[in-house]
Design a binder for this molecule. Sequence first.
Ligand code: ZN
Length: 482
Amino acid sequence: MHQSPRHLRTFLLLFLVTATAAGCARNPVTGQLQVALMTEAQEIQMGGTAAVEVERTIGLVDDPALQAYIQELGERMAQESERPALPWTFGVVDDPTPNAFALPGGYIYFTRGMMSLMSSEAQLATVLGHEIGHVTARHHVTRMSRAQLAQLGLGLGTVLFPELETLGAFAGAGFQLLFLQHSRSAERQADDLGFRYALEQGYDVREMANVFAALARLGEEQQSPLPSWLMTHPAPEDRITVIEERIAELEVSPATMRRGRPDYLARIDGLVYGTNPRNGFFRDALFLHPDLRFQLTFPSGWRTQNMAQAVIAGSPQQDAAMQLTLAGEATPEEAATRFFRQEGVRAGQSARRTINGLPALLVGFEARAGEVPVRGIAAFISYRERIYQILTYSAAPTFARYEPIFSRSIGSFAPLTDPEVLGVQPNRLRIVRVPEAMTFADFNRRFPSIIPIAELALINQVAGPEEVLPAGFQAKRVVGGS
Ligand SMILES: [Zn+2]
């Protein structure tokens, strides 16, 4: 959960609109559904709106030098492309899952997870080129994955509240699945264009195969979370073969071209690695948020998920749910008024309460989730100039059984005072120059990391513990914050 209230709904809707209302037609050649009638102005407007939502909901990494770096490189490549006049915008978003995506109109984002996985400027340039290629070739959404609409298992929730429907989609396998599944031929074309753009900038295009290989390995070694870039893209093995064929045809030796490894590694030195506990984290059922300085205990045994703009939980039987969000309003009463403006939600009894010293408004409610009547308690709590909204609800017949569980959770909202938790810091990447030749295992002993060696080998793109690193080799390690 990040610091400000966020509104994902428009974001999701936007893509649905992209694929439907904005003028869908079948491509006469491929038979694929595509947005054929969109003008460039419409494309820029749509992409720009989506970009604002991306930055608001996921957030940019707070590292102006890194942002300037990707913008500068991306822009330089895009200027040489077929569509130099677009408002090309490049950024690194605050998400640990490796991914990169392009929005219509030239808005391109890399996650910090993707930045951690790559090891050279040439790798960045080839993936940038691929994403630029999606824009220059006007690949738009062809379909929304069914999986992306898969839910957390909240069952009731997704039907009852539109905002939860969006959250459910985001919770399933990460927000990335929302994005833009392109057809295989579109991916191949983007690979071709990316290869060419990177080559034109003088980059060692062999690095494109290396970055695909790293992603493929991530897919094999880490079952969860799924590397979404893989899920929305064709199998990397085939693409690597195509790249290798193309490299074999080159008249220049790629070995003479720029890799930019030290430059790139210097840019990601110090980057946050993995999930950032400053954005909230769980200790069993206890949710702790150091930046917002609160804690909340969810029902024990429930499935929970902390997302950019909400924390959600579902009962094991999937007949009850709980959701914590920040409301944008100034008072609990105003937040409650907005909530009950929703169609189909009927307010019941309300009561002013004090929860661990904080002013709160609790309102019982009834609603329908499709055919199923549900009952719940909505709580609006005022704390440090923000309003926290906690929704708890279950199928109406089981409400009596859940009510004490809901009340206990709502009543657990409290200021966070544990100095150790308040001071928690994220893990970070550090770049180390290996003083003399040594195996990767020796490197890991001499410069320990707080992640398993297999994961460390993966982000270093080295084969394994026995690989010998030459003297002067720059390696990534991951160190704890505090
Ligand atoms: Zn792609």
